[in-house]
Ligand binder design. Sequence first.
Ligand code: GLU
Length: 447
Amino acid sequence: MAKVTRFAPSPTGRLHVGNIRTALHNWMLARKTGGRFLLRIDDTDAARSREEHVEAIRADLAWLGLEPDGEERQSQRLAHYEAAFETLKQSGRVYPAYETQQELELKRKVQLGRGLPPIYDRAALSLTEEQRAAKEAEGVAPHWRFRLDHDEAIVWQDGVRGPQTFDPAQLSDPVVRRADGSWLYMLPSAVDDIALGITDVLRGEDHVSNTAVQVQMFTALGARHPRFAHEALLVGREGKLSKRLGSLGCDAFRERGIEPDALVALLARLGTALPVEPIADRQVLLESFDLGTFGRAPAKFDEDELERLNAAIVHQMNYDAVAHRLPDGMDEAGWHAIRPNLAHVGEAADWWRLVTGPVEAPAFSPEERAYLAEAVRVAQGDGLAVDDPWRALTGALKESTGRKGRDLFLPLRQALTGMDHGPDMGELLPLIGAERARERLARAASG
Ligand code: GLU
């Protein structure tokens, strides 16, 4: 069945690797079933939401190749929240409360001091009409809480965690609306999930207790709740929630030359039973994507693993996909010669200098200079004007000097590229070309 999912960031900062993973998995869940993936901007907190972050979120998703099929903004949907709120008010599922922050804090302290869980005591529910009127007369505006139904256990079948059961009496009635009329996250999210036909809510396990509350909100609003799945959180290599992860975003990855496909390949399978592999084909990733493979243990994000995956992805990249990022003049053959040496596409320019020069060869001993002079002789005239000039050159030198292995190859590589290692010479020499090659050999031979 086609699933409708949403990624619902608050535009109060840039996306970090944890959000990116959530976005990716929602995209995958929808795409795998031919469904829809929506971007919902949770910007009810006007003071903390920034337009620049909204734009950055869109740009990051585009960079990752996770384009949404639609976008909604909570700040434009306030009338819907108002209507739902009215409904809940009519049915007595939201109630006004007048405690100040300090009063609530004090209640919590007292409960904790007695060894009790800090659950809201519902004092506001037992206020009489007169008491309420008195508060309002004092000018105290109420905030509003959702009244949990304590009669039945809250249950759902979680896509990752399996059957979940919560005792509503162990939860505080959540505040859904502040005294200034602004909305907290919980109710608008449920209202939107209903209105937008969200079939599956996939998010981090830090939302599990919110889900318990929201399950009741869906019911109170006369809707069936979507399927829920909560994935284990992402932690650093050391196994802890790291500050670094919270600040690692697409811009940082892009600057470091990480390919979106590498990040996607890693995050698609990290924390699942499937092996992390350098799979650039999204279709292949989609085919194996299955919430049933997700583990309950925190997923460890290892930057070294990402680097390894990146190199492997770069080695598979087609010329057409990277041409616009390559140095001028570097053609498909150049890309193929150099690609295996790259950890990042940006390094292509350094390697390309081996072709275009100038290269600086080391100082050679008289014996090596004599050998290189022999190479110059072989390379003369049409000596390199063959299909495989490297083979021709080394073949002739092997015969005339009796050298082999390292003695045969290394001085040539050094004279031709100025380096001890690098791209396959068989691929590189045709790119350097006969003329430049002869010059470089001659210069090295003359010391
Ligand atoms: N804006 C919420 C968050 O970023 C959305 C959570 C959800 O997916 O429901 O945590």
